[in-house]
Design a protein around this ligand. Sequence first.
Ligand SMILES: Nc1ncnc2c1ncn2[C@@H]1O[C@H](COP(=O)(O)OP(=O)(O)OP(=O)(O)O)[C@@H](O)[C@H]1O
Ligand SMILES: [Mg+2]
Length: 216
Amino acid sequence: MIRIEDLSISFGTGRNAVHAVRGISANIAANESFGLVGESGSGKSTVLRALCGLNANWTGRIVIAGQPQARRRQRSFYKLVQMVFQDPYASLHPRRTINNILAEPVAIHKLGDADRRIEQALSEVGLDSHFRFRYPHQLSGGQRQRVAIARALILEPKILLLDEPTSALDVSIQAEILNLLRRLKMQRDLTYILVSHDLAVVSNMCDRLAVMKSTS
Ligand SMILES: Nc1ncnc2c1ncn2[C@@H]1O[C@H](COP(=O)(O)OP(=O)(O)OP(=O)(O)O)[C@@H](O)[C@H]1O
Ligand SMILES: [Mg+2]
């Protein structure tokens, strides 16, 4: 499902260039959960961002679902690949209701049937429909992360890139979110790359893992 060959990623150019990732390769099968661990600054988030098309400054090869990827991604790419970030508060627009947050990708991709999709996405992540008309600040951290997961799922992707999806949450809530991710993966045949600092989380969730080392 995901093939990464000799991927290098840098920020800036010339003498100021930061070579954040040098020559990594990995193959991730459909429906696999692949863990990515490593010390802070080793480039885990940078890899996910490049896979997701959020950083174009890379060399090597990225092949997703058999399609070699260009630096810029087509809109339709995001119906296949979605990312969930560490901090659900920063990743949700503070002035939009949950309804608007979930309606946006449906509108951008002209999917129609927004009401039904929003209701279904909320119920799949275990949130009652009355959450539709709340704002992110009126939700708990765990509920916010459920909304972020619902937003990622509403386009029915096959791949979720999860960047420390539970590390901003209270320990008791972490297990709930991990259980949710495990259930969704089974129900939807998802493929995960899961970045985490927590080896217990990775060994619990993932079939295989890679360890990244800092280059500097
Ligand atoms: N926008 C940027 N400009 C310049 N350097 C950057 C930028 N973003 C990240 N870096 C550098 O790239 C390297 C990898 O960063 P990255 O955020 O991918 O690490 P990480 O493994 O996700 O760390 P953490 O576990 O702390 O989240 C670091 O040295 C970082 O300083
Ligand atoms: Mg990171």
